[in-house]
Ligand binder design. Sequence first.
Ligand code: GDP
Ligand code: MN
Length: 343
Amino acid sequence: SNTIYGKDKDHVLELRTGDTSKSTIREKAAIVALVMNTELEKLKYTIRQFEERWNSKYNYPYVFFNDIPFSDDFKEGIQAVTNANVTYVDLSADYWSIPAHVDLAKVIRSHKKNKSRFIYGGKLSYQLMCRFQSLGFYNHPALASYKYYWRIEPDVGYFCDINYDPFHFMAKNGLKYGFTIAIHELANTVETLWTTTVDWVLKNKDMLPEENNAKWILRGDGDYNGCHYWSNFEIVDMDFYRSKEYTSYVDYLDLSGGFFYERWGDAPIHSIAASLLLPKEKLFWFDDIGYRHDTLHICPTNKNLDNNCVCDMQGSLHDYECLRNWRNYPSTSKQYVLSHLSK
Ligand code: GDP
Ligand code: MN
């Protein structure tokens, strides 16, 4: 379906086919990746397609973050695949270190325990990455002049042309969070994320809006069901991440140390926050963007779009449980959340 939740279909279709590339309409927006020098070829692979399918018509700028300085080879390699402006950011320790309150002996114990329990279980750099993507990047001065961001990663494929400006589409419709794939998180990576979230909610009930999308993340027994938007693709109004409510939530998570004692991903954190703090009509599934990362992919289901799709429906995640629920579940109320959580 091509609806923005609660809005009429024709209106939405019209906007999504609106090509503003020839006009001067541009949002305050950037394409953003955190990436390592060693991933140059894989990032070039992503950008070549991203440019061909979309950005060569719009020329939105790129901002790349790294915990060590980008090499000249990296910069030259990127220059060869885009004409857009590119900013390279070397992250200071403020964005890339273990906070002082974290118990290092406990971190080491958790690495030993989790190394064989799940992927990246013993990897500090992965935890620093997840923390930066959860509570760091949107406050970095390199993004201060931007309202919207579109996250990309190395080794991503785009299967269809995008004939309109998703940033402008977000702006016109007042959307806050855009996604494509949604899947289940590995439960043992987030063992205490939900109880910590519930603690925060019960201490900050006044921060919950009257309407939300909490049913989408809740099991019948009030526990987290693991559904999360796959954050390697997301188009977000960073005013959401910069809000008092989101900031309060992620600061609370950070204080608990869970980024380092477990392996909390930025994807479940963004998704839980978006589900608790935003009404469903502020969320949008970009179901016309054919997308692959690693071994997972999704194809558009609307065959009437004139967008040169080359996408294998075999294995496409468009009907995966989390996405099916997203289509089917109604928006929920603050009362719904509070009555389910306090059990
Ligand atoms: P996965 O998608 O969860 O398997 O994790 P990835 O390995 O793809 O990491 C997510 C993103 O963070 C990618 O864009 C990586 O390039 C980036 N990333 C992960 N670890 C590091 C790191 O230690 N340093 C830097 N600069 N980037 C990292
Ligand atoms: Mn990845």
